[in-house]
Design a protein. Structure first.
Length: 459
């Protein structure tokens, strides 16, 4: 996809802070707290907001580390780029490889869940029709360009937020009608007789899945105006706003439905929506969930394609395919199409199997980004600089420890599948490096820091 000039087409810087934050929140899918409410409530004995608070604190440490690295290396690639630059190119490759579990499978899970919602409402339509429809539409929007995706994303986020606000209002009204004003300030959603540290930790490991998004927006760095300033602010805002939404919604929902007894924990939110708002609101709620999945699918596919672009430009993946940027739309069109094609795997998987990949890749990436900040701190000290030890050493160390703890608390299937994928990455790395005798292919950056409207990358 050449434009006929000597310089290859590059990504265009068009995104400001608001757009990046909205993309991150869309990737998170704020309504996912309701989609997974029954699962987390069962794991925690009915203390969902406590798990989200624990997950929020943990993610803030890691979000701060992502912000540091995004300011240091304002290019696409996320954890893959940060680790290879701050630690080691081989380790960076393996982190990027494991992260592919997150980036590849998250869009697929999003489309699978969205299709399942629609099939539940329209059982006469086969699931594959909805999945293919999701994939085709999101792929077309992302190929057309990041600005097109941004405008659609804004509209979808507005509707999603409205549904969340209505749900919380109805839940609080239900609690008020049943127990009066005093019931609105109960501590039982945070601590009750069934609360245990093990249960809350297990719930936090599940709840952390909802925060995936603050890290993913770093793949949009090369399309962000003034990324060294914008990206760190966006990352922290995404984590804070998303966390506030999750805790608030979880608290209101747990008040409306104390405990962890449901007819079906996988569709607990529908049960609660019907009880607090009747059939009409349950239909609106379904529409909100479908819209949320569509918006999240746009953001997730965009991020996955940018990670593949970075790895392609490095030569870690074949450049002739993965490093191409469409000369007209200035998007990694082939990578977007590939991500959509991989999403078709959803036709033969269930949600439980596909999501088991995601958290393994996410927690591994989170851990090594924290370690990369510590390595940057050590390098800066050796060069005579005096970085703040709290933000460059203590906070990342806490973040890495918490991420490892959450990784340890994943179920056995996630760990097994993740380790298998990691082993395949080691084999491929051995092939690329001729049995580790040479470093993986690298990319030379030529960032024009004084011209924030353009960026040239040679590979």
């Amino acid at each position: 996809m050449s434009n006929g000039n000597d310089a290859a087409p590059t990504l265009a810087r068009t995104l400001r802070l608001r757009a990046v934050v909205l993309f991150g929140l869309a990737y998170m899918t704020p309504m996912i707290v309701l989609g997974t409410f029954g699962v987390v409530a069962t794991a925690t004995g009915g203390t969902v907001p406590t798990s989200y608070l624990l997950a929020l604190v943990a993610m803030l440490f890691t979000a701060q580390s992502y912000g540091r690295m995004a300011a240091t290396y304002p290019v696409a690639g996320s954890s893959y780029t940060y680790v290879r630059k701050a630690l080691d190119s081989r380790l960076g490759f393996l982190v990027g490889w494991v992260t592919l579990l997150d980036y590849f499978f998250l869009p697929m899970v999003i489309w699978l869940i969205g299709g399942a919602y629609l099939q539940a409402q329209f059982p006469g339509v086969p699931l594959w029709v909805w999945i293919v429809g999701f994939i085709a539409l999101t792929t077309a929007l992302n190929v057309r360009g990041i600005k097109t995706a941004e405008r659609v994303n804004d509209l979808l986020m507005i509707f999603q937020v409205l549904v969340i606000v209505i749900f919380v209002a109805l839940a609080l009204r239900h609690v008020f009608n049943v127990g009066g004003a005093g019931a609105l300030a109960s501590t039982s959603p945070f601590v009750n007789s069934a609360t245990t540290l093990t249960g809350v930790s297990a719930g936090a490991a599940i709840a952390a899945y909802s925060f995936l998004g603050f890290d993913a927006v770093t793949t949009l760095t090369e399309e962000t105006i003034d990324p060294k300033r914008t990206m760190p602010r966006a990352i922290l805002l995404i984590a804070l706003i998303g966390g506030a939404i999750f805790v608030t919604v979880a608290y209101a929902t747990q008040l409306a439905h104390p405990g962890a007894t449901f007819d079906n924990e996988g569709s607990a939110a529908f049960e609660i929506a019907r009880s607090i708002g009747g059939d009409l609101f349950s239909s609106i709620f379904l529409a909100g969930l479908v819209v949320a999945q569509f918006a999240s699918g746009i953001a997730a596919q965009a991020s996955a394609s940018r990670l593949l672009l970075a790895m392609g430009r490095d030569g870690a993946l074949p450049r002739t395919f993965f490093a191409r940027v469409h000369p007209r739309y200035r998007t990694p069109a082939l990578n977007i199409l590939l991500t959509g094609a991989i999403g078709l795997i959803a036709l033969s998987l269930d949600v439980a199997t596909s999501t088991s990949f995601i958290n393994f890749g996410a927690f591994v990436a989170f851990t090594f980004v924290n370690v990369a900040v510590i390595a940057t701190y050590i390098r800066m000290r050796r060069e005579g600089e005096s970085p703040n030890p709290l933000t460059y050493a203590v906070a990342p160390a806490i973040g890495a420890a918490v991420d490892l703890y959450l990784l340890y608390n994943l179920d056995g299937a996630a760990l097994t599948l993740g380790l298998i994928w990691l082993s395949l990455g080691v084999i491929y790395l051995a092939y690329l490096t001729r049995m580790f005798r040479r470093p993986p292919p690298s990319m030379a950056f030529n960032e024009a820091e004084d011209d924030l409207e353009t960026a040239s990358v040679t590979g």
